[in-house]
Design a protein around this ligand. Sequence first.
Ligand SMILES: CC(C)(COP(=O)(O)OP(=O)(O)OC[C@H]1O[C@@H](n2cnc3c(N)ncnc32)[C@H](O)[C@@H]1OP(=O)(O)O)[C@@H](O)C(=O)NCCC(=O)NCCS
Length: 176
Amino acid sequence: MTGISIRSANIEDAQLIADFHVKVWRHTYRNLAPAEAYAALDEQRRGKQWKEKLSSNDSHQIVLIAEIDNRIVGIGAAGGPSELIFDGRGEIKFLYVDPDFKRRGIGRELLVQLAIHLRKMHYQGAALSVVKGNEPAIAFYEALNGRPAGEYVDPGPIWRSQNIVFAWDDLASLIA
Ligand SMILES: CC(C)(COP(=O)(O)OP(=O)(O)OC[C@H]1O[C@@H](n2cnc3c(N)ncnc32)[C@H](O)[C@@H]1OP(=O)(O)O)[C@@H](O)C(=O)NCCC(=O)NCCS
């Protein structure tokens, strides 16, 4: 983690986050996502989504940026649960690390910081979904003691992906 800083994002970061998100998303899902989703989830669409997200006053929501020399090398976001299967736990909504900076502890540190925020918001646990077949991410969540807690199909409309849910029943186990 040498030289890497983590801060909260603000509205001015929206398009930079979106560009980073598209870059890492496409790298991750190039062999998993259908071509229509690959094309549709572009910088413009993501930019609109991140602007909306970063304009929200929802105190349960947090968006973090990891930087090195003012360059984004990771993003993470968390907030209230969006699916019943998360069973009331705080949801890790996005976690993306630049492939050139993986295995340096950035993903772990972002996840820990998101969990600390969820604890402040009085959630007992955390949960997230990961697309089936995204084996590196599954290995990462397993290494951080995530527990498989079911499966669901993303409602779409862009990609009705098959997802595995990982859960942490006690945020302390993730933060430690
Ligand atoms: C998954 C991801 C967030 C992990 O971030 P990272 O910064 O590379 O992970 P860390 O360095 O914090 O790894 C912590 C531990 O997780 C495990 N781990 C991480 N990546 C792994 C991999 N590819 N294979 C096996 N174990 C892995 C290791 O135990 C690692 O510790 P170690 O490096 O000391 O052995 C990152 O690879 C990523 O952004 N992937 C693409 C986007 C994505 O799939 N996001 C998740 C969507 S649900």
